[in-house]
Design a protein around this ligand. Structure first.
Ligand code: TRP
Length: 334
């Protein structure tokens, strides 16, 4: 048998706090899917991370987890290629988190920019909890557990990974070289704005969801923010940074059509209705096969659950090996 170098390990997770939208597709899934060919991928439902902000309303979390995994599979994540698992079904994550917590100075966690930002953004929730403060530490455990070298994430997560590397270095000063320092693998596609040109977010109500039907997609696209200076179709418009054209670039495979629309938009020779109708048509053509697959998967929730439980069993085998090594390094083997 020829010896093959093992593929580098990739770890990434999503919090099951709602249905997935186009931001997840463009910012994460379109990165996750091709990585399966070149990397050994571990993709998981970060349900404990969901609890850090949703601890007062935990009932929907498992349902969202199932729904999210259906979207992953519909987008092309393949359980035969990747390990798909649920964080809370691998309780070793909590043990590694605990051991890491022994060496982490609290100010390191307090100065992670997302900590204060999210507390302010989600002011209606009491996020002065230990669980919320330690969010990036739990994330460190998630990745280190699988010797994750690369973490495909958006830019908003870079500070978390920076902290992860610092924590791992400090841990290793005490216990030796047992863990791998992770690097972010930034999504090549730039971030898609929401329908109103703010950041796409469920809390702003400006998303197009992967579960939206064709009629809702058309309706939402029609409401989309465009160049506000263009009050009539014969006024020249700006294409750069215009959400309608960012969406065309992300979803319309007909490059000639997109270039033609851009040229006519700049010249004041096309109406918003045509630009938007063509966008909705292109998006629906791309989303329809995913919608069908998603519906088929969700019609058999037990099969989906089996995939998640099976993957969690596989993940757990790796996690148990890591923890044996870590306990040994910390001198806690009896
Ligand atoms: N923090 C990530 C997010 O909000 C979710 C997450 C939890 C994660 N653990 C992770 C991502 C580990 C990558 C690796 O999107």
């Amino acid at each position: 048998m020829t010896k093959t170098t093992p593929k580098p390990r990739v770890v990434s997770g999503m919090r099951p706090t709602g249905r997935l939208h186009l931001g997840h597709l463009v910012g994460a899934l379109r990165n996750w899917v091709p990585l399966q060919e070149t990397h050994d991928c571990f993709y998981f439902v970060a349900d404990w991370h969901a609890l850090t902000s949703e601890y007062a309303n935990t009932a929907p979390i498992t349902g969202y987890g199932l729904d999210n995994v259906a979207d992953w599979l519909a987008a092309g994540v393949d359980p035969a290629k990747s390990t798909i698992f649920v964080q809370s079904l691998v309780p070793e994550h909590a043990e590694l988190f605990l051991l890491l917590s022994m060496v982490v100075p609290i100010p390191w966690l307090e100065r992670v920019p997302t900590y204060k930002e999210l507390q302010e953004q989600l002011a209606e929730k009491d996020l002065s909890t230990l669980g919320f403060l330690s969010y990036p530490l739990l994330q460190t455990a998630d990745v280190a557990m699988y010797d994750g070298r690369f973490v495909p994430v958006g830019e908003d997560q870079v500070a978390h990974l920076e902290l992860s590397r610092e924590v791992i270095r400090r841990f290793q000063q005490f216990y030796g070289d047992v863990l791998v320092e992770p690097q972010p693998l930034l999504t090549p596609v730039s971030r898609l704005p929401g329908l109103d040109n703010r950041k796409m977010s469920k809390s702003y109500g400006n998303t197009i969801d992967l579960s939206d039907d064709a009629a809702s997609v058309l309706k939402k696209v029609r409401q989309m923010y465009t160049d506000p200076k263009r009050v009539r179709a014969d006024i020249p418009g700006t294409v750069e940074g215009n959400p309608v054209f960012m969406y065309h670039d992300a979803f319309n495979p007909n490059v000639a059509e997109v270039e033609d629309l851009k040229a006519r938009y700049r010249a004041g020779a096309v109406g918003d209705v045509e630009v938007k109708t063509k966008l909705a048509a292109a998006m629906n053509a791309g989303l329809e096969p995913m919608r069908e697959k998603r519906a088929t998967l969700l019609a058999r929730p037990d099969d989906l659950r089996d995939i998640m439980i099976d993957g969690s069993r596989k993940a757990r085998l790796v996690a148990q090996e890591t923890m044996a090594r870590v306990r040994d390094a910390v001198r806690l083997t009896y």
